[in-house]
Design a protein around this ligand. Structure first.
Ligand SMILES: CC(C)(COP(=O)(O)OP(=O)(O)OC[C@H]1O[C@@H](n2cnc3c(N)ncnc32)[C@H](O)[C@@H]1OP(=O)(O)O)[C@@H](O)C(=O)NCCC(=O)NCCS
Length: 184
């Protein structure tokens, strides 16, 4: 198995595809990968939650995944985010995460944000809010979000941020969903 070391001794980074497909989950293997990656980031890596990061908002959330592609075929879940509606056409985004191998690849996080806000827009969103961990505020500002106010979540500093909706194109749902976002 490739361990990152070349025969001549230099370490090289494992291949990362730039061919990435981002979509609302429409197949069971995508949903399974979504939960697995969420747990590995928010429970195991960040320790924001002790056993599970699932909450009541998951029941009305659309799970969105980024999938790497190999040889033109969808391969594995490499990024995740969820969106859900609140009152008065306000939508919320959260649990944005990219698997460690694909971070800072300049592709995955950005696509997830575009599809998350774009999907909400396509479903009638008038405002899109996200609770963002303090170290990621700059990242979201670069992706067309503005800070509304600082807040605390799970005992850690966050910011409530709002997307500049006009900067995001609406994104259609996969064919498996009807126009209200319900799986057919
Ligand atoms: C934050 C996160 C989602 C970003 O996704 P990503 O796919 O790694 O980001 P991208 O590759 O699109 O980022 C590209 C650019 O943003 C920069 N960037 C990435 N994370 C950043 C951060 N936290 N703060 C500021 N800039 C950041 C990169 O340096 C890069 O800049 P460059 O193009 O000038 O080199 C990802 O790092 C992650 O999953 N982190 C762990 C989970 C987490 O913190 N989730 C967010 C909860 S609010």
């Amino acid at each position: 198995m490739f361990d990152g070391t070349c025969p001549w001794g230099a370490r090289v980074r494992a291949y990362r595809s730039r061919d990435v497909f981002t979509t609302v989950c429409s197949e069971p293997w995508q949903v399974a990968g979504y939960w697995q990656l969420r747990t590995s980031i928010f429970v195991d890596e960040q320790r924001l939650f002790s056993r599970s990061d699932r909450d009541a908002n998951d029941a009305r959330s659309l799970p969105i995944v980024s999938l790497s592609m190999q040889g033109g075929m969808l391969d594995q879940v490499i990024g995740i985010v969820r969106v859900y509606p609140g009152e008065d056409a306000v939508w919320y985004g959260g649990r944005l995460g990219v698997c460690q191998e694909y971070r800072r690849h300049g592709v995955v996080g950005e696509r997830l944000i575009k599809v998350a806000v774009g999907t909400a827009r396509a479903l009638g969103c008038q405002r899109f809010l996200a609770t963002v961990q303090a170290p990621n505020v700059r990242y979201f500002e670069r992706h067309r979000f503005a800070v509304q106010r600082p807040i605390e979540v799970c005992g850690r500093p966050h910011a409530l941020m709002e997307a500049r909706l006009a900067d995001f194109e609406p994104v259609s749902l996969p064919a498996a969903f009807n126009s209200s976002g319900v799986a057919a």
